[in-house]
Ligand binder design. Structure first.
Ligand code: ADP
Ligand code: MG
Ligand code: MG
Length: 205
C-alpha cells in the first residue's frame, strides 16, 4: 500500500493556496503600510489550515470556511469565512465546470454577509471593492452565457482591488492611517482578487 497522500484541498484550494503563498510577503508589506501587518499571515494561515484538513470536498470551500471562521483572527478572518461559507453552497468540481449562475448567487450572498457584518460600502477601500464587482461581473457573464465567466470576475476583482489605491479608507485599521493610505491598494481586496483568479486559472486556463 502507498503511504498517505499529501494533503490536498482539491484543484481550487490548491491553486488558491499556491497564489496566497506567492503573495504573502506583498500582502504583509501592504498591511504594514495601511494596517498592522498581519494580513498576509492571516490569509496564508487560514489557507494552510484548510489544506491540512485535506478539505477537498466542495472545492475546499467548506474547509476554508471552517478554518477562517473558527481559527483566523483579524478583521479579515470572519469576513473571508463568511464568503467561503456562501461559496461552499456551490459544487466546485475538480473536473468540469461549476455552474456560473449558482456561483454568482453565492458570491452575491457572500458579499451581502460581509457587508452585513462589516458594514463597508463600495468605495470604503476594503475587500468589498473587489468582491462587489466580481459578483456583478460573474452575474452578468452568467446571464449572457459568456464563455469565461470566472475570468470576467477575476478581471473585475483585480480592477476593483487596484482601484482601492485611489480611495481613502473608511473601514478597519486603514481608516486610522487616513491620507497616508492613499496610493496603497487594500490588501484584503487583493486577497479577494487572488481567490477569483484561482477560480479562473482552474476552470478557464
Ligand atoms: P486587522 O485590520 O484586524 O489586522 P486583517 O489584517 O486580517 O485585519 O485584514 C485587513 C483587511 O480586512 C483589510 O485590508 C480590508 O480589506 C478588510 N476589512 C477591514 N475592515 C473591513 C470591513 N469593515 N468590511 C470589509 N472588509 C474589511
Ligand atoms: Mg491587519
Ligand atoms: Mg490584526
Amino acid at each position: 500500500q502507498d503511504g498517505p497522500a499529501a494533503p490536498s484541498g482539491g484543484a481550487v484550494l490548491d491553486r488558491f493556496s499556491e497564489a496566497v503563498s506567492g503573495f504573502r510577503d506583498d500582502l504583509t508589506a501592504l498591511d504594514q503600510l495601511v494596517g498592522d501587518g498581519d494580513f498576509g499571515d492571516n490569509l496564508l494561515g487560514g489557507v494552510r489550515r484548510a489544506v491540512s484538513r485535506n478539505g477537498a470536498r466542495g472545492g475546499g470551500m467548506e474547509a476554508l470556511a471552517r478554518a477562517f471562521l473558527d481559527d483566523v483572527g483579524g478583521t479579515s478572518g470572519p469576513l473571508f469565512g463568511l464568503l467561503f461559507q456562501r461559496l461552499s453552497t456551490v459544487s466546485w468540481p475538480d473536473d468540469g465546470a461549476p455552474d456560473a449562475g449558482s456561483a454568482a448567487e453565492a458570491a452575491s450572498a457572500g458579499l451581502a454577509a460581509v457587508q452585513r457584518v462589516g458594514g463597508a460600502e463600495v468605495g470604503d477601500s476594503t475587500l468589498v471593492d473587489a468582491l462587489a464587482p466580481a459578483a456583478d461581473a460573474l452575474g452578468a457573464a452568467a446571464r449572457d452565457g459568456a464563455d469565461a465567466p470566472f475570468t470576467a470576475a477575476a478581471e473585475a476583482a483585480a480592477r476593483g482591488a487596484a482601484g482601492t489605491a485611489d480611495l481613502a479608507p473608511r473601514r478597519g485599521r486603514a481608516s486610522y492611517v487616513g491620507e497616508r493610505a492613499m496610493g496603497v491598494p487594500d490588501p484584503g481586496a487583493l486577497g479577494v482578487a487572488l481567490l477569483f483568479t484561482a477560480l479562473a486559472d482552474v476552470y478557464e486556463p
